[in-house]
Every structure is written in C-alpha cells, then in structure tokens.
Design a protein around this ligand. Structure first.
Ligand code: ADE
Length: 231
C-alpha cells in the first residue's frame, strides 16, 4: 500500500522510519511518501494560509496548494483515497484502521492552524479525528493512522497476530508477564507457570473481561452484546 502524506512539517515524520513500519517499507509492503505543501503553492512567498472570511482569529489553510498536491499525487496513484486529519472528523479506532488497511493507497492531508478551507471536503473521502482533544496539527494524527494500519497489512506481523489485539473482540488485552518470576517480592500469577493451557486461556479471558468492565464500560457493553449474538 502506498501512503502519501501532505504536510507543512515534513521533517517530523522520522518515527515512521523505525521499527515495524520501517520493516514494512524495507519489505516493499508499504511505501510512505512525504510531500511539503509549500512546494505546491504558486505564491512567491510560499504562503499557504490566509485569514478567515467573516473575520476571526487565526489562519486557514487555502484550497489551492492542497488541491494541487492531491491532483499531483493522484496522477501517480489514481485509486488513492484521501484523508483529512481534523478534530472535526469521525473518531479513529481499530475498525477504521482495518477498513483503511484494505485500500490500495491513501493520501493523508495534515490539517493545521485554525482550520482548512471547507471546499477541501470535495476531494476528501474520510475526515478523521484521533480523539476528543485538540492537537497543534495533523502530523501526529497522520503518524498514528499510518502506524495503526501499516501493522495490519499482510506480511507485516506474524500471521494471525493482530487477531488477538485489544479492540478486535471489544476486549482489552489480558495482563502479560515475563522473566523473572519474582521481582521485588511480586510474583507472576501461578496459573501462567502451570503449563495448563486450558487454565491459562480461561484466566486470560477472565482478566480481559475484568479489565474491560472496569476501564472501558463502553467496550464491555459491546462485548456483552456480541457474546449474546454468538450464543
Ligand atoms: N488536529 C488537531 N487535533 C486533531 C485530532 N484530535 N485528530 C485529528 N487531527 C487533529
């Protein structure tokens, strides 16, 4: 999958050059291209924003360079879908990540400043927010979205690994432990050392349920509904 990111801050995208995402790039599973929005403006001062019509504080990103950037990238990858990162978007979650990971290509426009000219919505397929808080820009959301969906691409993680992710079953992960078995007087739960796989599976399921019920009652309600359906 090809992912193109349009941003005013191309230099911040180094985290995508490490670890699992880097391995996916090296294996040729994904290609991530970072585009500087300023290179698409016709303004001689490379200006990409202006004051809002109707008055008010702040600057609004202009249509022209964004349209030019998207048109340029679409010439190279016609089928790419376009995402705008914005706190006004639909909430991102594992289900959205899964859906996006089946697209052939994605163009992510990083929103910035106080807003983006609304006419950009005519070329956008998905407006996405990564949470109910306001960040200074769309760069971190673009990295979050890219990371979450690259790990779902076939061949990136061991086969079937993401099936056990938190959220796939409306359950949070169970607690994990590794060596040593005793640390500062804290013991690893005995069942995990028992070698009894049936008991371990039961314990993990119960711990996942307990944790989800306490920390994420919203998810837990969905889990119960899903369990009822499966009965
Ligand atoms: N830009 C600023 N805040 C954001 C958020 N929460 N999600 C996506 N884009 C954003």
């Amino acid at each position: 999958m090809r992912i193109d990111i349009i941003t005013l801050f191309p230099e911040v995208f180094t985290p995508l050059d490490t670890s699992i995402v880097k391995r996916a790039i090296d294996k040729g599973i994904t290609e991530i291209l970072i585009w500087n929005l300023r290179n698409f403006t016709k303004d001689k001062h490379k200006k990409v924003d202006d004051t809002p019509y109707g008055g008010g504080k702040g600057m609004v990103l202009q249509c022209e360079p964004i349209f030019a950037a998207v048109e340029h990238i679409k010439k190279q990858n016609k089928t790419s879908k376009v995402i705008l990162t914005t706190p006004q978007g639909a909430l991102f979650n594992q289900g959205v990540a899964k859906k996006l990971s089946s697209e052939k290509g994605l163009i992510i426009i990083c929103g910035h400043y106080e807003g983006v000219d609304e006419r950009i919505s005519t070329i956008v397929d998905y407006e996405i927010s990564i949470g109910d808080y306001v960040l200074t820009g769309g760069e971190l959301p673009a990295m979050v979205i890219t990371d979450a969906l690259v790990r779902l691409l076939p061949g990136v993680l061991p086969k079937d690994a993401p099936v056990y992710d938190s959220f796939n079953r409306n359950l949070l992960d169970w607690p994990s432990y590794t060596k040593p078995a005793t640390f500062k007087g804290m013991e690893v739960p005995e069942v995990l050392i028992s070698g009894n796989h049936e008991k371990i599976a039961k314990w993990r399921k119960e711990e996942s349920e307990k944790r989800t019920k306490k920390r994420r009652p919203d998810l837990y309600r969905n889990y119960l509904k899903q369990e009822k359906k499966n009965e």
